[in-house]
Design a protein around this ligand. Structure first.
Ligand SMILES: CC(C)(COP(=O)(O)OP(=O)(O)OC[C@H]1O[C@@H](n2cnc3c(N)ncnc32)[C@H](O)[C@@H]1OP(=O)(O)O)[C@@H](O)C(=O)NCCC(=O)NCCS
Length: 334
């Protein structure tokens, strides 16, 4: 269902922040039974960034948000709303959005954290855009930030090679020009997928105990092959759906920014939708899967390198634990 829009919302600034410390495939070879060739061929990932132990998600979230504010030319006091998609908040409460709001000095903002795993950024972008389109707020920050290393088992080769830490952020504003900005969003959830990708410990079902720690319930667990199949199917069909619904040909799309979990998934989806290599954003060789940070950081990278110009059609697409998935169609404004 599409809500009635009173105003147009668009992304007016982007930012990102990654830890300095690089964890390469060669480093992982020394930690688990894996090798650079396997990781590269199966995922496209060459290296990822990892925080120093004890660094919370807010640290890189704050840096990415500062950069997004600077590129948008917006002051912290002008922000009305902050949404932080994350599966690795600093703590369960207070929310990481409160911690970031305080650090940035966004004195006039309200906000919350949003949990939709790897779809978190596009779900949060929808929340921010809906607030702006309804007239409830004028300027919002969406900050995807993760410390995936805090929930990874570095003895489990099935998962520890896939993820990295980092943050990406965007400023969303009410626009005067309705020929650009957010055009459409489609989202789905399906709890049937809950059994394939999860972190069971630490919630009300399995509060932290010595037993939950011993049973490794506080780490990410994934049935990779299953998730792969659902991800390709879900991302391809939702991308096709949002293009068809809006009467857009694949060739009209300037940039397809899919969640950067796995290069094979991205290429598979792009092929099914009929997009060429030049239309597809790829950053996972540098950063791995940073969950809610992959899409905003990719937008920042492609904006900075001059690929994106105002008016360009951009499609965002993600798939994650839940299962959650969705797509966003926009004309670039930053
Ligand atoms: C995880 C993933 C990369 C694994 O790739 P895959 O091609 O499915 O590989 P499989 O799990 O089938 O394993 C193939 C073989 O490699 C082995 N293997 C698994 N992990 C390995 C590793 N890190 N290094 C070396 N070998 C590994 C397996 O044991 C298996 O060996 P076998 O054939 O002798 O049994 C892939 O399934 C994937 O990307 N899934 C989706 C992940 C994702 O996107 N998650 C986030 C969603 S938001």
């Amino acid at each position: 269902m599409t809500a009635r829009k009173l105003y147009t919302a668009g992304i007016t600034g982007t930012g990102m922040s990654f830890p300095d410390k690089v964890l390469s495939n060669a480093d992982l070879e020394k930690m688990v039974d894996t090798n650079d060739q396997w990781i590269t061929e199966r995922t496209g990932i060459k290296e990822r960034r990892i925080v120093e132990p004890g660094t919370p998600a807010s640290v890189h979230g704050i840096k990415a948000a500062r950069q997004a504010l600077a590129t948008a030319g917006v002051s912290p006091e002008e922000i009305d709303f902050i949404v932080v998609p994350t599966v690795t908040p600093d703590m369960l409460f207070p929310s990481t959005s409160c911690i970031i709001q305080d650090a940035l000095g966004c004195k006039n903002a309200w906000g919350y954290d949003l949990l939709a795993a790897c779809s978190g950024f596009i779900f949060a972008l929808q929340s921010a855009c809906a607030q702006v389109e309804s007239g409830a707020v004028k300027k919002a920050l969406v900050i995807g930030t993760e410390v995936m290393s805090s929930i990874l088992d570095f003895t489990d080769r099935d998962t520890c090679i896939l993820f990295g830490d980092g943050a990406g952020a965007v400023v969303v504003e009410r626009l005067d020009d309705d020929r650009v900005g957010l055009i459409d969003h489609i989202h789905h959830i399906d709890g049937e997928g809950a059994k394939f990708l999860y972190q069971r410990g630490g919630g009300s079902l399995h509060p932290a105990t010595h037993e939950t720690v011993d049973a490794k319930l506080h780490f990410v667990h994934q049935a990779g092959r299953e998730v792969y199949k659902y991800a390709v199917k879900g991302m391809a069909s939702i991308t096709r759906e949002i293009l068809d619904k809006n009467g857009i040909q694949g060739s009209d799309v300037k940039l397809f920014v899919a969640h950067q979990a796995n290069l094979r998934i991205i290429e598979h989806v792009a092929r099914r939708v009929g997009l060429s290599e030049e239309q597809v954003a790829v950053t996972n060789h540098r950063f791995g899967n940073t969950t809610s940070a992959t899409i905003p950081s990719a937008l920042h990278i492609y904006q900075e390198q001059g690929t994106l110009e105002p008016g360009d059609l951009v499609v965002l697409c993600a798939f994650g634990a839940g299962f959650t998935w969705g797509a966003t169609l926009l004309r670039w404004t930053a």
